[in-house]
Design a protein around this ligand. Sequence first.
Ligand SMILES: NC(=O)c1ccc[n+]([C@@H]2O[C@H](COP(=O)([O-])OP(=O)(O)OC[C@H]3O[C@@H](n4cnc5c(N)ncnc54)[C@H](OP(=O)(O)O)[C@@H]3O)[C@@H](O)[C@H]2O)c1
Length: 269
Amino acid sequence: MKKVILITGISSGFGKHMAKLLAENGHSVYGTVRKLTLTDDLVHQLKMDLTDLASIQNTVSTVMLREGRIDVVINNAGMHSGGPIETIPFETIKLQMDTNFLGMVHLTREILPVMRKQGGGTIINFSSIGGLMGLPFQAFYSAGKFAIEGFSEALRMEVKQFNIKVILINPGDFHTSNSINRRNFLAPTDDSDPYQAQFGKSLAAIEKDETNGWKPEILARKMVRIIECKNPRQRYIIASFEQKLAVLLKYILPGKWFRRILEDHYKIH
Ligand SMILES: NC(=O)c1ccc[n+]([C@@H]2O[C@H](COP(=O)([O-])OP(=O)(O)OC[C@H]3O[C@@H](n4cnc5c(N)ncnc54)[C@H](OP(=O)(O)O)[C@@H]3O)[C@@H](O)[C@H]2O)c1
């Protein structure tokens, strides 16, 4: 059945591929961008910045005016900051939280009355493996994703009565524009910083994982199946076997053992 779908952040990565595939499958797809560009006519572009509440409200009212309903919202857009907790400027920490967490909260709060009145809907929130375990030198990214986890788990129970489903997506490493767009603080060559040596080694491990990551098309295809299935699960971890195993180990191993595995992976000795 054709659905009206709103996806945030379709200029690159997951958003771009999900929007295209869902539109090709016959859904009515609205995707948000910060800069309007010429693209596929199948996907309707709307200008929205997650740090600007008025643009979020405008996006929801535009889709409602054109379609009269919104069946699925995919809170996909996000940014990524990297660096030592001590070094990352506070404005970047704030921007990270305003974009990845509070922006998603604003859009969700605009969508809830729409979905309640129409008798239901699906909200899909993009977390990460980093939303299930704190990642060194990605602390504020991880913290924002942990916040999305707690928010989504609570929301799911509050809106069950209105037939609104809340799904969490935890991607592992994928090769998107995420790495290029990441704001890194402290260049790995800046030896005036006491974290320089460690950050350099850990950043190399982070970038290696991302470069060897899966193609975003794989996730987009999985998302189409999730959106079109009648009874979706409440969480999907879309990741390699090793990354899924890491999530399992976090819950079954003593904390110190699991921390050593992560430290080894991120070259922290
Ligand atoms: N790639 C991975 O390995 C990975 C792993 C786990 C989770 N994720 C999550 O998956 C989601 C998509 O990431 P991606 O890998 O596809 O990254 P990406 O290629 O960098 O795409 C991010 C999208 O978010 C948009 N965006 C950034 N800041 C925004 C703002 N203030 N307002 C509105 N839109 C904004 C970007 O638009 P502009 O072009 O305007 O910047 C872009 O369209 C994110 O939530 C990310 O945390 C990714």
